[in-house]
Design a protein around this ligand. Structure first.
Ligand SMILES: O=P(O)(O)OC[C@H]1O[C@H](O[C@H]2O[C@H](CO)[C@@H](O)[C@H](O)[C@H]2O)[C@H](O)[C@@H](O)[C@@H]1O
Length: 381
C-alpha cells in the first residue's frame, strides 16, 4: 500500500495505515455514514437523485454510536471503533509520534472554526468560542504561524475569534487576509504585519452571490427552520432546525415520510433556485447546503496559498498541522497527503472516510491538543 504521509507513518509505525482511501473492514466497509460522507462532498445538481441526496443530508452530522471517551483507548470491543482508531489514532493519544515527526521542522497551524474551535449549535450566530479556547489559539499563534480556515464570511469568523495576529481565510478560503498585529514568530522572521487582503479569487461572483442570497432567502421562508447565511463569496442554506419536531418523533414510518418530505422540499427549492446560475455549485457540510462559485478553489487551495505566502511552499522542513471537522476540510487533508507533508487531524466522534491521519473527538480535545503543541519541549527545540 502506498504511504502518502511518509514522515508521520515512519514515526508512528508501519502498522498504522494512513493511506487514503482507508482499507475497508466488514465492520466499517460500505457503512451508511462513510458512503454518505463521500456523497455529501459535492452535489451534481443536474443528476442529483432525491433518495440518495436525502441520505446524504441525514448523514451530514451523524449522531450514531459514541466512541470511547478516552483518547487513544481502544474501543471496548467495538470493531468499527477499533478500526477507526487504528487508522486515525488520537492526536492526543499519539502526540509523541506526531511531535517526533515534527521535530526540527517549522510548524504552521491551520484551524477550521465551526465544530473545531466552537461546538456545533443550532443558531450559527451563537457559535461562540470560549475564552479558554481563545487563550489556546493565542498561545499557538505566538509560537507558530497560525490561520483560521472557515466556510464563514471572514469578518464574521474574526468577530468570533478576535485575534489580530492570525491569518484568516473566510468563505471556504476565497477571502484571505494576513495578520493585523504582530505575533512573535512574525517579528522574528522580520516580516511586517499587513492588514491587506491577500487573495480573493471569486471577486467577480460577489453580485451574483448577493442576488442568489436574496432569491434563496425569499424561497426558503416557506420552510420553517431553514435559513440562508450570507458568507460573502458563498452562501450557507441551513437545515439543522428544519422539522426539528418531526426529528424528535421520527419513530413511525408516517412521521419519517414527513421528515423526508421537508428536507426534500428544501433541496428542491435550492436546486430550482440555482437552475439559471450555472456558474454556481452546491456542496454540503454539517446540516448545511453550501452555494459556491464554480471555481477551482477550496480549503485545500487556501492551504497551498497560505504555505506559499508564508514562504514555506518549497521547503521540505515544514510541518503543517490542519485541524478540521467538516467534509470541506477534506480538500486540505488531501493536499497534505498528496504532498506527504505534516498532519491532518479530523475532529469527529464517529468513524468517517477521511484523508486526515489523526483524529480528535471534539473542540475540548482540540484545545488540549493546542496546549500540548505549545508546551511540548521537543517541538519547541
Ligand atoms: O468551515 P467552518 O468554519 O466549519 O464553517 C462551516 C459552516 O459552519 C457554520 O455552520 C455549522 O455550524 C453551525 C453552528 O454551530 C451549525 O448550526 C450548522 O448546522 C453547521 O453547518 C456556519 O454557520 C456556516 O456558514 C459555515 O459554512
Amino acid at each position: 500500500m502506498t504511504k502518502l504521509v511518509p514522515e508521520v507513518d515512519a514515526v508512528v509505525g508501519a502498522a498504522r495505515h494512513f493511506s487514503f482511501p482507508p482499507p475497508r473492514t466488514a465492520a466499517a466497509g460500505g457503512g451508511a455514514v462513510d458512503t454518505c460522507w463521500k456523497m455529501a462532498a459535492q452535489i451534481d445538481l443536474g443528476a442529483a437523485v432525491m433518495g440518495s441526496w436525502l441520505d446524504s443530508m441525514k448523514a451530514s452530522s451523524p449522531r450514531h454510536r459514541l466512541m470511547s471517551p478516552l483518547p487513544g483507548v481502544v474501543g471496548g470491543g467495538d470493531p468499527e471503533h477499533d478500526d477507526w482508531m487504528e487508522r486515525h489514532p488520537s492526536a492526543l493519544g499519539r502526540f509523541e509520534a506526531l511531535a517526533a515527526a515534527a521535530k526540527g521542522k517549522q510548524i504552521a497551524v491551520f484551524l477550521d472554526y465551526d465544530g473545531t474551535l466552537s461546538p456545533i449549535v443550532e443558531d450559527p450566530d451563537r457559535a461562540v468560542m470560549t475564552d479558554e479556547m481563545r487563550d489556546a489559539v493565542r498561545g499557538v499563534a505566538a509560537r507558530f504561524p497560525t490561520a483560521i480556515v472557515s466556510g464563514r464570511c471572514r469578518d464574521k469568523v474574526f468577530g468570533f475569534v478576535r485575534l489580530a495576529e492570525l491569518y484568516y481565510a473566510g468563505s471556504h478560503g476565497m477571502d484571505i487576509r494576513g495578520p493585523t498585529a504582530d505575533a512573535n514568530h512574525l517579528a522574528q522572521d522580520g516580516k511586517s504585519s499587513s492588514s491587506s487582503v491577500l487573495c480573493q479569487p471569486a471577486r467577480e461572483f460577489l453580485p451574483m452571490i448577493e442576488e442568489v442570497h436574496g432569491l434563496l432567502a425569499a424561497k426558503v421562508e416557506a420552510i420553517p427552520g431553514a435559513m440562508v447565511e450570507n458568507n460573502k463569496f458563498c452562501l450557507s442554506v441551513h437545515f439543522r432546525c428544519v422539522n426539528e419536531k418531526f426529528r424528535q418523533n421520527m419513530f413511525t414510518s408516517c412521521v419519517r415520510a414527513l421528515f423526508q418530505l421537508k428536507w426534500g422540499a428544501l433541496f428542491e427549492l435550492v436546486r430550482s433556485g440555482l437552475k439559471d446560475y450555472t456558474a454556481l455549485r452546491l456542496t454540503q457540510g454539517r446540516k448545511v447546503l453550501e452555494v459556491r462559485p464554480s471555481i477551482k478553489w477550496d480549503k485545500g487551495k487556501a492551504l497551498e496559498f497560505l504555505l506559499e505566502e508564508l514562504g514555506f511552499a518549497d521547503r521540505a522542513d515544514v510541518f503543517p498541522i490542519y485541524v478540521g471537522d467538516d467534509s470541506t476540510d477534506e480538500d486540505a487533508f488531501k493536499v497534505l497527503r498528496a504532498r506527504g507533508l505534516g498532519a491532518g487531524v479530523l475532529v469527529s466522534k464517529f468513524p468517517k472516510d477521511t484523508a486526515a491521519s489523526f483524529s480528535l473527538r471534539d473542540p475540548a480535545e482540540v484545545k488540549d491538543f493546542l496546549h500540548k503543541l505549545v508546551a511540548d519541549a521537543a517541538i519547541a527545540s
